[in-house]
Ligand binder design. Structure first.
Ligand code: HPA
Length: 270
């Protein structure tokens, strides 16, 4: 039995069969997006075999189905990070379940530190690409040749165009940036942030990249949005703390919800 099979039957029984126009993963402090979803049916991760028990304060741990802009969506409120257990594949079962239930595509959200002083706390950035600085990969141990996942267009150009159009319609600036994944959980040193900048990163964070890799492995197109909660360590004014991450993410959550609603409204049928 594939690891996700055990999750599917209880999810179907609980009314979670798709199709879905979009699955969404909410990042630290970004659970407010859930409030924008109407006709909600919710289930604790704890009730779903193989789903992780999120341990980071600021994270939920519930799966929701419902409608956003009238379109069927599946929302993961809370994720497990590689830094909680060392397992970069912690979100494999949830994402495989989303795919199996009929989620056509994936929107990942996260809180991140910005290397660009002009893109400060509260701003949203669309991921154009990423750099994996963690030394981890969620597909290590995957035996099939499918593990050699192309990552050339990891963040789907068509979905990025829809995000840009939705941002324009919503009146939100949405620059594109490169996200560097550090495993965490300690924040970066200023020297590490300088290194990431030299390598081409605009953002630093502790999530998203393993989920992008897993989703591409599963054949789902991916889009991702960072909510900048702070300037990264060593950038003038940057001194990241988890409390600040949660507080700023919560304030920017309303913008993220508006953007996500505009985005899903523009997507083709599930
Ligand atoms: N670094 C890594 N992860 C983060 C940061 C940061 O500065 N801010 C929010 N998540």
């Amino acid at each position: 039995m594939a690891p996700d099979d055990a999750a599917i039957a209880p999810l179907r029984a609980a009314g979670f069969a798709g199709p879905y126009a979009l699955a969404i993963v909410t990042g630290t402090g970004l659970g407010a997006l859930v409030e924008a979803v109407t006709d909600r049916v919710s289930l604790d991760y704890a009730a779903i075999p193989g789903f992780p028990a999120p341990g980071v304060s600021g994270h939920g741990g519930r799966l929701h189905r419902g409608r956003l802009s009238g379109r069927p969506v599946l929302v993961f409120e809370g994720r497990t990070h590689a830094y909680e257990t060392g397992n970069a594949a912690a979100m494999r079962v949830p994402l495989a379940a989303a795919r199996a239930l009929g989620a056509a595509r994936l929107l990942l959200t996260n809180a991140a530190g910005s290397l660009r002083p002009e893109i400060g706390p509260g701003r949203l950035v669309m991921l154009a690409d990423h750099i994996n600085l963690s030394g981890l990969n969620p597909l290590i141990g995957e035996p099939s040749d499918a593990r050699f996942v192309p990552m050339t267009e990891a963040y789907d150009p068509g979905l990025r165009a829809h995000l840009s159009a939705a941002a324009e319609e919503t009146g939100l600036p949405l620059p594109a940036g490169v996200y560097a994944w550090f495993s965490g959980p300690s924040f970066e040193t200023p020297a590490e942030v300088r290194m990431a900048g030299i390598l081409g990163a605009d953002l630093v964070g502790m999530s998203t990249v393993p989920e992008t890799i897993l989703a591409r492995f599963l054949g789902m197109p991916v889009a991702a949005i960072s909510v900048v909660t702070n300037l990264a360590a060593g950038i003038a004014g940057g001194d990241p703390h988890h409390a600040e991450t949660k507080a700023v993410a919560a304030r920017a959550g309303a913008d993220l919800a508006r953007l996500a609603a505009g985005f899903v409204g523009r997507l083709p049928e599930a």
